[in-house]
Design a protein around this ligand. Structure first.
Ligand code: HMG
Ligand code: MG
Length: 296
């Protein structure tokens, strides 16, 4: 038994593009985002307010946000107070904060240990909630870490509980380096459904080892009905070696529709969205749906 409606949170303009070394023109990013809304996407990470020294591709966050603000479901990723303040100034109504279960990963990604980062984030969440801002917490290295190896599910659960107690609306639980298997996906999401029930629960899979669709199916069986994915299968965290692309939105949508699960997203329009960014990215587009789109 699995859900009959699923929400896709499109992360292509953020996770998808952040790992591309060549700068994608701001205008192209905006056209890409608008095409994705047109395809029926209802929630989207449109950019991230991070240090341009760390992730130069996201240096146009303000311009992007100013251009696309106002559409319900628009999310800006932010690591700290400076990023949150800038996102709100630019009109964000939903922010995604991010932290890994692994402290070593956090030192590489945000230059802070887990505890240090949480001390700052927890009061910021309270401020955001007071202002009526939707808060999504992205939990990296929830299964495996490129530096610390296998993560204990109890450690992931403990961090998720801290965020729920702090008042977040959503947890997006990530297999950052695409190493988890369906067994791990089913077990972790079953655990989270049981112990942190009062929050939106989303699964975020990278497809390094081609496990992502199987992991999504396993998460569906555990009752998860929200999935992050990236149109074209681009993506990856620059500070997590092995974090190749996110699972491709078109493959997830194809699989779900053929299973009778609704997403509200149009596959032809996703293909058009890929064609907008294709000339600007170095990576090949290897999703099963895109490569075989001419077959009936
Ligand atoms: P830091 O160097 O420790 O920062 O970096 P700091 O607070 O000491 O400030 C140093 C400088 O950065 C200052 O500028 C600040 O103003 C500036 P300077 O005085 O040197 O000119 N600064 C900022 N500038 C713009 N926006 C900001 C900001 N904050 C400080 N928000 C920091 C700490 C967190 C800033 C840095 O490490 C960083 O930007 N990290 C981002 C890394 C990142 O974007 N990773 C990818 C996203 S996470 C991900 O992909 C995983 C996910 O998909 C889930 C999964 O798959 O696991 C979500
Ligand atoms: Mg990611």
């Amino acid at each position: 038994q699995y859900p009959t409606n699923v929400t896709i949170i499109e992360v292509g303009p953020r996770d998808g593009l952040q790992n591309e070394s060549q700068f994608v023109p701001t205008e192209t990013k905006i056209t890409f985002i608008q095409k994705l809304w047109g395809a029926g996407v209802k929630e989207m990470e449109v950019t991230s307010f991070v240090s341009p020294k760390w992730v130069p591709q996201m240096m146009d966050a303000k311009e992007i946000m100013n251009e696309v603000r106002g559409t319900p479901g628009t999310i800006a990723l932010t690591p700290n107070k400076k990023g949150i303040d800038e996102a709100l100034q630019a009109g964000a109504e939903a922010v995604a904060i991010f932290i890994g279960v692994s402290s070593t990963f956090n030192e590489k990604n945000i230059n802070r240990k887990t505890e240090e980062a949480m001390e700052v984030l927890v009061p910021l969440i309270a401020d955001l909630k007071e202002q009526g801002i939707f808060v999504r917490a992205c939990i990296s290295t929830a299964f495996h870490c490129p530096y610390e190896g296998k993560i204990d599910p109890q450690d992931t659960l403990a961090l998720c509980k801290q965020f729920v107690e702090a008042g977040v609306n959503e947890l997006s639980v990530a297999d950052t380096i695409g190493k988890a298997t369906p067994r791990e996906s089913f077990d972790l999401f079953t655990l989270l459904k049981e112990h942190v029930p009062n929050v939106l629960l989303t699964a975020h899979f990278h497809d390094t080892r081609k496990m992502a669709l199987a992991n999504i199916y396993a998460a569906l069986l555990a009752g998860v009905d929200r999935f992050d994915s990236s149109t074209g299968g681009l993506g990856g965290c620059p500070f997590a070696p092995g974090a190749s692309g996110n699972v491709a939105t078109e493959d997830v949508v194809y699989m779900l529709h053929e299973m009778g699960v609704e997403t509200g997203i149009d596959l032809d329009e996703l293909v058009e969205a890929i064609n907008i960014v294709k000339p600007y990215v170095s990576r090949a587009f290897t999703s099963g749906y895109y490569m075989n789109k001419s077959l009936s």
